[in-house]
Design a protein around this ligand. Structure first.
Ligand code: DX5
Ligand code: ZN
Length: 219
């Protein structure tokens, strides 16, 4: 399957959001990555339901919500009318992981878990991989776009690839942070199936270059 590219709108120009979203209207296998931050789990505050409600009206692409918040449970109920496809929460933020995953699965088509660069994959019990649709490996410390890629993420992708093969599982391996044309090919080769990219894509000077940059990540 073709790699899914998830442009992070955190790097978009918010005053021209609709126009920026339309740049990708002809793309296939593209999800919009929505970085929801609460200024508690991470030192930044972004956007919430009112913005996402408007955004969902101007795109047919899937919405991929990445919750960097201390209380993701609250958002499951409150965001369920927004047409979100994938709901990802941070493993570090939660105590009752299994219960939250079941709750997400009842309300959204896809459930994802995310771990920070310093979180070891071994803290996730194996059976959890059978329940989820996506695991997001952070390749920067969450909070901001435009940070430097942390290459220790490759070892985590390798471990996940092994688990997928051994258990014949199909969850997405999504990489988020510092992804650009210099590392995309190696990430895909190692096993990534979904690449988030913010500053690299949105620093394109026009629609043509934006789409060329998406293709450069898939190559
Ligand atoms: C960081 C966010 C990322 C970020 C990616 O906390 O989760 O999605 O916007 O931006 P770049 O690609 O610029 O690192
Ligand atoms: Zn993100």
């Amino acid at each position: 399957m073709q790699t899914i590219i998830s442009p992070s709108i955190l790097s978009a120009n918010f005053l021209r959001l609709e126009e920026q979203i339309q740049m990708a209207s002809e793309q296939k296998n593209l999800w919009w990555h929505l970085d929801i931050m609460d200024s508690h789990f991470v030192p930044n505050l972004t956007f919430g339901a009112p913005v996402l409600k408007e955004l969902s009206k101007v795109t047919t692409h899937k919405l991929d919500a990445h919750f960097m918040v201390t209380n993701p449970d609250f958002f499951v109920e409150n965001f369920k009318e927004l047409n979100i496809h994938n709901f990802t929460f941070h493993w570090e933020a939660v105590t009752h992981h299994d219960r939250l995953i079941s709750y997400i699965k009842k309300n959204y088509p896809s459930a994802g878990i995310s771990i920070n660069p310093s979180t070891d994959l071994n803290i996730i019990p194996d059976y959890i991989f059978e329940k989820i649709d996506l695991i997001l490996l952070m390749s920067v410390n969450p909070g901001f776009s435009g940070q430097k890629f942390i290459s220790s993420v490759y070892q985590k992708i390798e471990k996940l690839q092994k688990i997928k093969k051994e258990k014949s599982l199909n969850f997405h391996i999504q990489i988020d942070g510092g992804v650009d044309e210099s590392n995309a090919a190696q990430l895909i080769q190692t096993g990534a199936t979904n690449l988030v990219s913010g500053s690299y894509l949105f620093s394109a000077k026009n629609k043509v270059e934006f789409n060329q940059r998406i293709e450069s990540l898939r190559k």
